[in-house]
Design a protein around this ligand. Sequence first.
Ligand code: ASP
Length: 429
Amino acid sequence: MAHRNTNILTILILLGLVAGALVGEYGLHDPTGANVDQLQWLKEVGNIVLIRPLKVLIIPLILFSVISGITRIGDPAKLGIVGIATLVYYLATMFTAVTLGACLVTWIAPGVLPSDVQLTLIETSQATAAIEHAPRALSSAWLNILYQIVPVNIFKDMVNGQPLGIIAFAIAFGLAITAGGDKTKAARDICNACFEGLMILVRWVIWLTPIGVFFLVAWTVGKIGFASIKGPLGWYMATVLIGLAVHGFVILPLVLYVFSGKNPYQFMWQMKRALMTAIGTDSSSATLPVTIDAAENEGECSKRAANFVLPLGATVNMDGTALYEAVAVVFLFQLFGIDLDISQLAVVVITATLAAIGAAGIPSAGLVTMVIVITAVNMNLTGSADGPLPIAAIGIIIGVDRILDMCRTAVNVWGDAVGAKIITRIAPD
Ligand code: ASP
């Protein structure tokens, strides 16, 4: 019965995705862009039907899933091994993704234009405001992350939706109630029971996915329109998509096969609901409830691994974002007539990895943290943060970002799921 329900839900989500794209392209898109404001209601419906109900679950789910994962792992030595293996996995796969992106964009060179082609800056006030407030320097971005990891008030973090502090607290609290033995058994039981209760709620909310995905995709495609994707921007998008496809369909499956011996494509199929939800919501955090549900129930990941690896992964592990940031930054420099040499590409690779770690699992987060990468390359080129590539150049790619965000979020979620499957081997049930 449960299996039949899952199949029905999968078909409905797929229908929502396809119908949303068709309605957006053929029913709503206006090539002159005159009706963009009128489409806003579609986004609002998607928000109310899907994004908000999923979002309300994120913070309690992170708290209880990490505590319950830690209490299941139990032994701190074992936890140390799981923790180190998880971090090595995150860093190695992100680094591979970003290197792949840097190689592809250098090779395809989508931003090297024939002299008669001109691009315009399409600045939207909302995105520009976010970019203006983004941290410029890597050091301040890192200090920001460190502050989040060492929280002073987890209730404030909950209110602000900052998951790293909650995860750090949950790890510490989980260790403490495990170390307490019989005295803290009630706390362990309550946390595990709260986690199970939340997952039941998740399974109810998931039925809203097809409707929410329909409205969100119709809004995205209606606003952008597939036909407008041509010229240098089309090549730029193709470069990102080729990179994401190679990483998602070749590299991550290979890593999964080598480290777990499992059939990666069968596992990808088992995770399909989470991947489609990622495409529809543009947010790994909003997808997290679905990812945990799919990984534990269909993907045969252990609770110990999934409860720990997935919440942390939704916040820090972003292979798709890392790859995208490298392609986008090199593309913009190419547009401004600057070919980066190997040392500047190395700066891109390192800072894009760090910027992806710092990006939140929300729509367009990668676009905002890209400012760090551009600033670092500017500094390397001229010693000044402001040139030769102005930060406002990001406006060139804002218009098509949402479609790329759909795909990179799916790769982000897929990377988390592969990590959970691999760690299941170290921490089986
Ligand atoms: N939307 C992405 C995510 O939630 C982050 C980004 O690249 O913008 O995973």
